[in-house]
Design a protein around this ligand. Structure first.
Ligand SMILES: Cc1cc2nc3c(=O)[nH]c(=O)nc-3n(C[C@H](O)[C@H](O)[C@H](O)COP(=O)(O)O)c2cc1C
Length: 176
């Protein structure tokens, strides 16, 4: 089927090298808008999104994530924007992790469609379970009983997209 949306869904790939130049506000907004229209369990709109462009806070997130990963490198690959997704703890809302994951998925696909590069970066759950993470959440003005779901590193790609790995042969089946 020849359709721009379907093409973008097939062609989006993770980007792990970014230009230092910040993205335009309209580009960021397009990504965030795609996130907030993701489906959520019972339409509750449980997740919370925080786009960080303050270089000091970006550096803090880099340090916190790298500490959990146990590396010296930048886990966000130098992206100038980090979009964090939070949601209720699963004991409080049973679809919270699924909801947050779809928000992240929508934003990555939108980023590609808008000509940006993105990559899901993990470990937000552990980062925001620390005292430092809880302080940051307070600084962001979030309720204090949320958990980190994940994040995307966002920016202009500084390298060609790697081709997709071949899909496993039995990925889907159609039962008729
Ligand atoms: C739940 C999840 C966690 C991920 N965490 C990371 C991460 O911490 N760092 C990273 O570089 N990529 C991460 N990725 C990106 C995957 O490695 C990537 O999506 C996968 O290799 C397929 O490549 P593609 O996105 O280009 O299709 C994560 C992806 C998912 C879905």
């Amino acid at each position: 089927m020849n359709n721009e949306v379907l093409k973008a869904l097939r062609e989006r790939r993770s980007v792990r090298a970014f230009k230092a130049e910040q993205i335009k506000d309209e580009e960021l907004k397009a990504v965030l808008e795609a996130g907030i229209y993701a489906p959520t369990g019972m339409g509750r709109q449980d997740p919370w999104i925080v786009a960080v462009q303050d270089p000091k806070i970006v550096a803090q997130l880099v340090r916190m994530n790298a500490a959990i990963m146990g590396v010296q490198s930048n886990p966000y690959y130098g992206a100038p924007t980090i979009v964090l997704v939070f949601a209720s703890r699963p004991e409080k809302w049973f679809t919270s992790i699924y909801d947050g994951t779809l928000v992240l998925g929508n934003m990555m696909n939108a980023a590609y469609a808008a000509g940006l590069g993105s990559c899901w970066i993990h470990r937000e759950r552990e980062m925001f379970d620390t005292e430092e993470g809880k302080q940051l959440m307070k600084q962001f003005g979030l309720p204090d009983d949320l958990m980190g779901i994940g994040s995307i590193a966002l920016g202009y790609p500084a390298a060609e997209l790697a081709p997709a790995k071949p899909r496993k042969a039995d990925y889907y089946r159609i039962i008729r």
